[in-house]
Design a protein around this ligand. Structure first.
Ligand code: PLP
Length: 450
């Protein structure tokens, strides 16, 4: 390893960081995170804090999971890589596809298409959705519907269904034929409706109206996150996803559940679709599948959809899509070990319990700090705090204050993620009661500087 002067001098000089302005990052070099253990991270200066972010909504089993590390080493020794393009496969990928179909049999998932991460999984689902309709002879079904505030990664397909201009505008024009409907976001919505159930109905009605306007037989799929994560942890009313499922079924539109964050325990269940009692047609997953020990993802396809592909003719049924690293043997081995460990530790139960503790604590902070406009969460370990500079007008808190607050929170013992004027949290699902308390007191100290 190079010495500390080298690292400090070269920090952000040759590396463009995702989701940041390269000039700004160069002038304010990022924290160098050097090591991690359990639910804590330690930076280059030796500061150890609780990781309220779980890496990036992904290190569900924490940083010290020896079975995953050992599985990776063992697989590296045996077979570090081989292609899974039709004609060859590998042992861990076969076993993982079996395990995942068992794990998500309640959602009727029947096949796995492996990828290298969330954006890849979303891209796969959008392409397969269009292809499914072509197999059925419905060539006009090419459009996509999604929710405003949704986040579906950064490939052109995912960015096109993304519902946040921060990830769209600089890259336009995006894919044609993508339409957005209002998010069930009680704090801000065009209906001025704060009752979650009534708002859910209004959003479903807006979706029905858009489908009618576009023409149902032009729409391939609707994609949604069971809880919108990066958009600010927006929790819909429990009826929302079910009603959207019914609407999709009525019009022959496929439903894609983007479970990249909500899959594998974080939501307090093994997936968000189960949490809301919904069977989607496809599920996109990544992050918690390996707890980020290896970049890996999957697009799962329901038994019914899969059968249509398998019976499709040799032209329309052929999957002309895939990645060099699809079904990577080391990723598959990491996923198998991670899932086994997640199940052994029952992380979905701990996420539920610790999530309730975190959410209750945040509600208390809202009573104390008047610039907290909204607190969201209460379903596993996903939480969002929306800060405003004027509570009456709901004016978003300025970026300078957000930076100051998050720096103080870090200094006080917790790493949190700033997304616009939201503070987002998704700590490892193995986080302890004391560590959640530490996050809460660090937030309190951070908020006290204003
Ligand atoms: N979908 C959702 C719901 C996500 O939250 C993310 C990333 O946070 C993605 C897709 C993209 O995943 P990745 O960053 O692994 O490409």
């Amino acid at each position: 390893m190079k010495d500390s002067n080298f690292l400090r001098e070269n920090n952000a000089r040759h590396l463009w960081h995702p989701m940041g302005h390269p000039g700004t990052v160069m002038n304010n070099p990022p924290n160098i995170i050097s090591k991690a253990e359990g639910s804590t991270i330690t930076d280059y200066e030796g500061n150890t804090v609780v990781d309220g972010v779980g890496g990036l909504w992904c290190v569900n089993v924490g940083y010290s999971c020896d079975p995953i590390k050992q599985a990776i080493i063992k697989q590296m020794d045996q077979l570090p890589y081989y292609s899974s393009f039709a004609g060859s496969t590998n042992e861990p990928a076969i076993e993982l596809s079996y395990e995942l179909c068992q794990m998500f049999s309640e959602e009727d998932m029947g096949r796995c298409f492996f990828t290298s991460g969330g954006s890849d999984s979303v891209e796969t689902s959008l392409r397969l959705a269009r292809q499914y309709h072509k197999i059925n002879g419905h060539h006009s079904r090419t459009k996509f519907l999604s929710l405003k505030k949704g986040y579906h990664g950064t490939h052109f397909g995912g960015a096109s269904v993304n519902g946040n201009s921060r990830f769209r505008t600089n890259y336009e024009p995006l894919l044609p034929g993508c339409y957005h409907i209002p998010s069930p976001y009680t704090y801000r919505n065009p209906f001025n409706e704060s009752d979650p159930e009534r708002l859910a109905d209004l959003c479903v009605a807006a979706a029905a109206d858009e489908i009618e306007f576009q023409g149902p037989d032009t729409i391939a799929a609707f994609i949604m996150e069971p809880i919108q994560g990066a958009g600010g942890v927006i929790v819909p009313h429990q009826s929302f996803m079910k009603k959207m499922r019914d609407l999709c079924t009525k019009h022959g539109i496929l439903m894609i559940a983007d479970e990249v964050i909500t899959g594998f325990g974080r939501i307090g269940d093994w997936c968000g679709s189960r949490h809301w009692g919904v069977k989607p047609d496809m599920m996109t997953m990544a992050k918690g599948i390996t707890s980020a020990y290896f970049p890996f993802g999957v697009c799962m396809v329901s038994e019914n959809i899969a059968k249509r592909f398998e019976q499709g003719d040799s032209v329309t049924g052929n999957i002309g899509h895939g990645y060099t690293y699809s079904a990577h043997p080391v990723g598959a081995a990491a996923a198998l070990a991670c899932i086994k460990e997640s199940q052994r530790l029952e992380i979905q139960t701990s996420a539920k319990i610790r999530g309730e503790q975190l959410f209750k604590g945040l509600e208390k902070l809202k009573e104390k700090h008047t610039f907290i406009g909204d607190v969201r969460g209460g379903h596993g370990l996903m939480a969002g705090i929306e800060l405003v500079s004027n509570i009456e007008n709901k004016t978003p808190m300025g970026s300078e204050n957000m930076t100051k607050i998050s720096a103080k929170i870090f200094e006080s013992g917790a790493m949190v993620r700033v997304g616009g004027h939201n503070i987002l949290m998704s700590p490892p699902c193995i986080i302890t009661e004391e560590e959640v308390s530490q996050v809460l007191s660090a937030l309190d100290e951070g908020f006290s500087i204003l």
